[in-house]
Ligand binder design. Sequence first.
Ligand code: DKA
Length: 134
Amino acid sequence: MCEELMGSWKLVDFSSDDFCKYMEAVGVSFLVRKAASHLKPDVAISKNGNEWHIKTTSTFKNTDLCFELEKEFEETTADGRKVMTIVTLENGVLIQKQTWDGQESTITREVKDGRMITTCIFKDVKCVRTYDRK
Ligand code: DKA
C-alpha cells in the first residue's frame, strides 16, 4: 500500500501564506520563511529494504530524510532545527511526527487521486501542499 507513495513528485499547488504561517508557528526564522515560502521543491520517496528516503530538492536546500518506520531518530530540518522524529505508516498515510521542547508537529503524506497530498500541522495551524508525479 505504501508503493503508491514511491517515486518523484513536484509541488504544484500550495498557499504560501499558509506555509509561512506553519513555518512561523514551528519556529522557522523570518529570513528562511521569506526564502522558502514560494519555492516549488521536488520530493523523491524511495525505500530499500526497511530504509526509507525522502529527498527534497530545491534552490534553497537539498535534504535527505533517511529513516526506518517506528524508530525514533534526530532530524535536522531544512532550516536547521533539531527535532526528534518518528515516522509511521497507517492505512497508506506516511506520518512524520516531530517533537521538541514539549511541542509537536505532524507532516503527513498520502496519495489521493494520483496526487501526493502533504499536510503540515502544528496545533491549529495547517497547510496543505499538493504534488504531482514528475
Ligand atoms: C513539504 O514537504 C513540506 C515539509 C515541511 C517543511 C517545513 C520546514 C521548511 C523550512 C524551510 O512540502
